[in-house]
Structures are given as C-alpha cells and as structure tokens.
Ligand binder design. Structure first.
Ligand SMILES: Cc1ncc(COP(=O)(O)O)c(C=O)c1O
Length: 447
C-alpha cells in the first residue's frame, strides 16, 4: 500500500500493492522508500532516451509558455509541421504524411480506417477486411483488440468484438507448420495468400503485423524472407501492408523502423517511444497515394481524436527525435542490442529457459517446462509474473507476458531498456534475471 493509501484509483490489478514512484533519472526509477530500480523494459517499451532528460523538459516548458493546445480542426502548429517532416525523413521513401494521435490503439484504428477510406475513395469500396496474425498485439480498444491475436486478452470481451481473419504467426521456435528455420518454405507467409484467397481479394483492404512481435510473445523475430514475401502477396492482391511499430518504432530494433530490416510498408503506426514517456504521442505515417485518394475523394478523413496533433506533445516528440539523432542512439541500440542478446543467451543454461531472441534493444526470454518438447508451464502458475516480481524485488523492471504458445499457455519476459543503457547496466540486468530464474526454479522445484 502506498504512503498515500489505496485511495480511489482504479488500478489495473486491484489485488496488487504497488510501490509509489517518486522520481526517475537516466535508466533508473526511484520509489518513495528510496529504492532504486533499473528500468529494463522502459516501462512497456516506452522510454527510449531515458528518464529526466533536461533537453526534453526545456522543450516542454518552452512550448507550454507559447501554446499547449489548439484543436486540429482550427490550427496547425510549427512543432507538428517540423515533427512530421522529421518522421518522414526517417521513414521509407514512399511514406510522406503523418497523422498524429495520442495512443497506440488509436493509431492502429486510425491506420485501419485510413486504409478503408483509401479503398473507398479510390473506387474499391468492396475492400474492407483487415487480416492480422495470431500471437500478436495491436491494442485494447475494441477494433484493435479484434485484430490482436491473443486469446487471453480477447476472450472476456469476445462477444463485443468484430470477427476478423487471423493467419498463423511467424514463430520459428514454435513453428505452426512443424518446420525449422532455414529449411522451411515460409508457410507462415504463404498463409496470407491462402487467407486472402479464401476471404476474396476484392474484400481485403489491409494486412497488419508487428515486424518484431512484442507484448504477446517476447521479441519474436521473423525469418529472413518473411516480410519480403508478405510484401509480394500484398502487391499481388492490392492489399495495404500496415506495419504496427508501436513498440519497434523509432530505433528500438537498431534501425529507424523494424520493417526496415526486411521490406517497405504502406503505412507505419508509431510509436510508444515517440514521446519516450514524456507525453502520449503516436503517429500514423502513410503514403502520398493514401493521402491524395482521401484528399480528392471524400475531401476529409472521416476520423479524428481531440488531442491528436496538439502542439505540446509534438514539441516533445521533436525534442525526443533530436536527442536520439544528436546522441546517435539508434546505432547504439543496434550495437548494445548485440551485447544484450549475447549476455541473455547465457540464461539458456537454466533448464526452464527455452529460447532467447531479439533485435536491437528489444529482446525476449521464453520459459518452458521441458526443453526437448518445448512444453509450456501451466498458465495458473503465472510463471512470467512470478519471475518478473522476483526481479522487481531485486530492483529490475521487466515486462512479463503469457499466452505466446497457444493464446493462453506460454511464458516470456520482454526486455526493452532505454537506449542510453551501458554495458555495465546490462550486466546488472542479466545478473538479476539469472538470479531470479535460478531462485524460482529451485523454490518451485521446476527442474
Ligand atoms: C504493437 C502494439 N500495437 C498497439 C499497442 C497499443 O498501444 P496503446 O497501449 O498505447 O494503446 C501496443 C501496446 O503495447 C503494441 O505493443
């Protein structure tokens, strides 16, 4: 219980007792008891540049002194214009317009509606379906949850949701087609073509995927060739490819966008890290074809949120991207990501660590009851949370998750530290995980 009491806050987990945060600096968060935590997951893959950076505070204050809010139907602003220009310069060349919003789920729904309106306004009104993948997460609002492929998060609200087509994930450690990396025919990508044909190409508007799956599976990196093949299928059937970069966006995987490792999308939804925790700010980056179809079609994008494009958040986003550029943080994410992955791989010596994977400073550790059969633990054990809680007690913040194996079973921990993390801090992070996994294995007699 906090020093301020439980009070009237409706917590996500009302049965949990949360420490009260006091302040944060660099990669560290401090609670009101003075305990220090290394932010090994940037919250939930949010904090890219570290906490308490003076340049961001200065930019925030400077903008607040001028103007914090005007509505997007009345004004544009210099920060919005400059931030859009900056993002477009970082995005693949065919993308040229940015629509700002203040949440990832909002961003996913914006992209889906943009795709739909593009199809209607260019004269392909029969195209409306959006295909997504199992073992994916696209957000918790009703539309975004319908696209998400995570049974545990969906099933409570299922009666309220639209039913949309899902294809198999690109999950090499648990290949849904029983193949092995390097020896397969990319059946997971071919599944898109099959599904487009079953659904009817004339009805399919878009395909949405996370380039590297985050929340539901712990940094699932697709096999080489996967997104190249997905691109070909999308082109063949006139389907827009939406890259959901809410977690991978802006440098997390060591390139500007996760999809840059393999292919080019028609739209990018980005990113928790755009505001780096200093403000809720996301953007959908779209191609000129989408923008001009809407401009010349309905003339208006029939969509919008009150806080989208507010000058205050855009000024913060601009300062975050400037800080990333000035300090070469994307290259740092690539280099330190390799260090992190090599260190995390030492955890494979634990009998319950089945897989360690990642790209850039975005990594996952998957737990299994049996390494040979890859059988997951009983979800009632909540093993991912038990290990994460032990690490938290020891001063390390991680992002645990479950359900990767079949929607309900499967345990992993996601690691996504701020890009300013050092090798020594990574050593601490891995040592705490190592200790926590070892202790839980012994205490619960898991081996
Ligand atoms: C890939 C992806 N898309 C969408 C979302 C939803 O973002 P938000 O929680 O800001 O609505 C998340 C959140 O974790 C995500 O990881």
């Amino acid at each position: 219980m906090s020093a301020y009491g439980g009070g009237h806050v409706f917590y996500r987990n009302p049965n949990k007792s949360y420490p009260t945060v006091d302040r944060a600096e660099g990669v560290y968060v401090y609670d009101t008891q003075g305990k220090r935590y290394l932010d090994g997951s940037g919250g939930a893959a949010v904090v890219l540049i570290g906490h308490g950076i003076k340049e961001i505070r200065d930019a925030l204050l400077a903008q607040a002194e001028k103007v914090s809010f005007t509505h997007g139907t009345h004004f544009t602003s210099e920060p919005a214009i400059r931030l859009a220009e900056k993002l477009v310069s970082m995005a693949p060349p065919s993308l040229s317009r940015v629509y700002f919003i203040s949440g990832g789920s909002e961003g996913v729904e914006t992209a889906v509606k943009m795709a739909r309106q593009y199809q209607v306004d260019r004269g392909a009104a029969s195209k409306f379906k959006v295909i997504s993948r199992w073992t994916s997460y696209h957000g918790n609002t009703m539309g975004a949850l319908a696209l998400s492929g995570h049974t545990g998060r969906r099933r409570y609200h299922l009666p309220l949701m639209l039913h949309t087509p899902h294809i198999s994930p690109a999950y090499c450690y648990r290949c849904p087609f029983g193949s092995e990396p390097g020896k397969c025919g990319l059946e997971c990508a071919e599944d898109l073509e099959k599904t487009v044909l079953y659904e009817g190409p004339d009805s399919v508007s878009a395909f949405i995927a996370e380039p590297v799956v985050g929340a539901t599976a712990g940094a699932l990196v697709p096999p080489d060739g996967y997104f190249q093949r997905i691109r070909e299928i999308c082109d063949k059937y006139d389907v827009l490819l939406i890259s959901d970069e809410v977690m991978t966006g802006v440098g997390r995987t060591g390139k500007n966008f996760g999809i840059d490792h393999w292919s080019r999308p028609d739209m990018i939804v980005c990113a928790k890290g755009l505001g780096s925790g200093y403000t809720p700010l996301y953007g959908v980056i779209a191609g000129e074809n989408v923008h001009s179809a809407i401009k010349e079609g309905a003339g208006n994008f029939i969509h919008g949120f009150t806080y989208g494009q507010n000058p205050q958040s855009c000024a913060v986003g601009l300062a975050v991207l400037d800080f990333i550029e000035k300090n070469g943080l994307i290259a740092r994410s690539a280099v330190l990501g390799e260090y992190l992955l090599a260190k995390l791989k030492t955890l494979l010596r634990h009998p319950i660590v089945g897989d360690v994977r990642g790209l850039g400073l975005f990594a996952g550790v998957e737990f299994v009851r049996d390494k040979e059969s890859r059988e997951p633990f009983d979800p009632k054990m909540k093993l991912n949370a038990v290990i994460a809680n032990r690490a938290f007690e020891k001063g390390l913040i991680t992002y645990p998750g479950g359900g990767g194996a079949d929607g309900i079973r499967g345990d992993h921990i996601l690691i996504a530290p701020p890009f300013i993390i050092t090798e020594e801090q990574i050593d601490f992070l891995v040592a705490v995980l190592d200790e926590s996994i070892g202790e839980i294995t012994r205490e619960q007699k898991l081996a």
